[in-house]
Design a protein around this ligand. Sequence first.
Ligand code: SF4
Length: 767
Amino acid sequence: MSETDANDGGVRRRTLLKAGGAAAAVGLTGVGINAVGEEAEAASDESGRETVHGNCWICRASCGQEVTVADGKAIDLTGVDGHPKASAGEGREGTLCSKGMGQLNKTYNPNRIREPHIREDGELRAASWDEAIEFAAQRLEEFAEEHGPEKFLRYQGYPLGKHPWHDLVFKNLYGAPIKVGRKTTCHGPFSDSWAWMSGYGREWPDWQNSEYIIAWGRNVMECFRGQWEPKGVLDAKERNDATVVCIDPRYTKTAEVADQWIPIKPRTDGALALAMANVIIEEGLYDEEFIGNYTHGFESYKEAVADKTPEWAAEITDVDADVIRDIAIGFAEAAPSSVAFPWTGIAYQSNGFKNAQNIQALNGLVGNIDSKGGTRQWTAGFGLDDPHEKQGIDVPANYEDQPTPDYDDYPFQRHVRDLSHNLVPKAVERGDIKGFVNNWSQPPKSGNTRAWFEALEEMDLVITVDAFWTGVSKRADVVFPGASQLEQPFLQTGGDGSYSTNGWVTGSKPAIEPVGNCRRDYQVYKALAEEMGWGEYFPWETGEEYYDSQLEAIGLSFDELDEKSYEIVADFEYRQYEDGGFDTENGLFNFDLDAKPEYKALADDIGVSTAPAWHPPDDDLFGETTNEEYPLLFTDLMVEQFSRGHCQALSQSLEAYAQRFGHEDEDYRGNYLHINPKDAKARGIEDGDWVKVQSADDEIELMANLWEGIRPGWVGTENGFGVGSAQPDEEGANSMLLNKERHVEPTTGMTARNHPVEIERLGGEPR
Ligand code: SF4
């Protein structure tokens, strides 16, 4: 790491802190004190302290960090003021969530993998980097000769910043064409419906300018894409007197700040959205100008909702008809500064795509698309340079023209680009996949878990980059110990953040050297490429040099960016569609998806309407629902302590989670089965009891947490625990053991995380 830079009179980058000036940071929703590891604690001499920048990528948000470093050890963290992701804008405090704050705990964690490992005679053993790289290259060559690279699967987690190098090696050069789409593990139903309706991959609410926010299956106050989101909601309440409505069967942190919490019956959101449209059309509150000039399919939408009255929806959703009328009118009257925003609460449903389409259509109906305070279209407003192009290096596309497998039982697979997560074990069984490379992810926690474990044992070659021993790294043939958030350079661009009409770039050099024998991503991929004979494609010495070349497009050097942490670099207006229309087949916003050829073909295949429509969860197509034998609906949940950060064994997060649910005195740090006291009483279950969750397919055991915050008839737990997880003793249960191949949403292939179950009391002592 470079030495302290001079103060240039502008931005102070590596500023020596005054004695005693390193205050502990407090995340917006997170814990207030950093638990530092032994190595960091040893660095207590303040004389060598400096503050440097970093970026968190434990979720994809890239919040900017200020890292206090003493004698080469990171000892404290906070957010960066004004950062587009970590802050609410210029002059506003920068914070990190508890997962971001937990990065010291991660970096110096005694359970961290610190050496490369290779499998020999069936056993994993520590190896030098030279040995591990040589071994991996040789096995990859043998694999290509024996099976062909088309049978090598790519699976990517975070950080997004290293995907170009991962793709360069495995997709472009090695020629592996198949990857598992994150859309099939996280967000397919709402992101695909939005992409097909509007032409943009994603939307993001203009939170801070909004006057009416419907967080729909979205716990924005703690499961966010950066700290700016909850801050934006609070700003909207304070500055605009915005109304916040939270539609969720769970009393979340978002429900706590909402003006109205609507504990809807799970999986009936689509009916509520149609009834709101019915009210808005009946009352004449829709946006005629937007609909007339920029949309397609309004007539079929209108027809679909004509008889979907609030009274009709009240029966289905358990939401009072007058409440439905009130929120429909409030939402429409606040337009175009209103937003109805679906998230994973909708994506996790087996009828999620149609429900999401119905919700997204409401935004088109009131014309709040890409408006101030509405739902913005995803854009960064600028691009970076292609470093290979600048050097005149032609990158091959060896993945092209490789065959990809077909799965007749699953029509969506013909229409989604990447392989559905749940079908990987089938592909292995059929011989379509024989090996895979895993990049900072834990696939068995994302669905079809038992089959995934068997598939991993079956594969001829498994390569992983990770920080902890998980269900994948324990089964791998080659384990590369990756550098943590604090040990890597980072670069990310975007438009979603606390600057509503600006694109930004954020980046940082490594704050510290990697611990143990861990290596930075670029160094791992460069070494592997050189061993495979592809060194010419990695001419840059470091990732920093590669980023530097990318940044020339905006006249910024990586050094300068590192000094600043972030830079606002582009302007884009509201209502971008007015200049050239929407990026859809017909240039319009589509209520009816009949203009989208892929969806039209799929809808015809499976017999559903292309227009908004109601498909109940007990519809044959949309999976299983509760019955006499399994009367409770189980679901997978997220909380701030683990939301998308559950690949990390953070004892700090485990403590915060146990405290949150009042079990800190128990000698147990696994996940809980959240159950309403009414359902618990009917089964003789008390708080802290050990219970069995039984589905038609499988069972898991958990500690019960009696909680009024979960709707009766609904139970759930947080994922990322139990067998295969990064927690060192695998305490708790892996909720995805209940998930099987067939549990997928039929439009997108997304893992459906709802299961009919019965709960049985096992006793008071953990087993
Ligand atoms: S986990 Fe996500 S939201 Fe939290 S600090 Fe890191 S990047 Fe930001």
